[in-house]
Design a protein around this ligand. Structure first.
Ligand code: CDP
Length: 131
């Protein structure tokens, strides 16, 4: 079996809040909220891929740090991994999502998350508590 391709997602926090983004596609995920990110292309590291995705999707410059939480197997082709991310420059805007939001710790559970991202809720809660 060939190795699974990675989808990298950003746990971007600032001032005790987490940035989340609302998906527009595919239809079954449209309207649900996620940690923004995308597929790691051939020749990219997860860090360079996530920086690129965040620049494309949100227009921001970021520094990608350590892994957060467990990896999530999407299907036989993809594995989803989250990374702690710090904003270096810019103000996030929804270029490819229908909306973005900064949320606080007490809002985490009530968000209509993409199912896979729910796996990270305890880790995200801990991250926001540390902020
Ligand atoms: O934009 P790109 O095609 O590179 O990737 P994507 O569509 O953002 O992510 C690929 C797949 O990963 C999505 O269809 C979702 O199933 C999944 N995903 C997820 O479950 N949670 C995330 N935070 C990001 C992606």
């Amino acid at each position: 079996m060939t190795e699974r391709r990675e989808v990298a997602a950003a746990a971007l926090t600032q001032n005790g809040r987490l940035l989340i983004a609302q998906r527009t596609y595919p239809p079954e995920l449209a309207g649900l909220w996620e940690l923004p990110g995308g597929k790691v292309d051939e020749g990219e590291t997860p860090e360079t891929a996530l920086s690129r995705e965040l620049e494309e999707e949100l227009g921001i410059l970021c520094s990608v740090g350590s892994r957060l939480g467990s990896e999530v197997l999407l299907d036989h082709r993809y594995v989803l991994r989250a990374y702690r991310v710090v904003l270096l420059d810019g103000c996030p805007a929804a270029h490819e999502h229908s909306a973005i939001r900064w949320i606080e710790l007490d809002e985490l559970d009530a968000i209509d998350w993409v199912a896979h991202d729910r796996e990270w809720l305890p880790d995200l809660a801990e991250l926001l508590r540390e902020e």
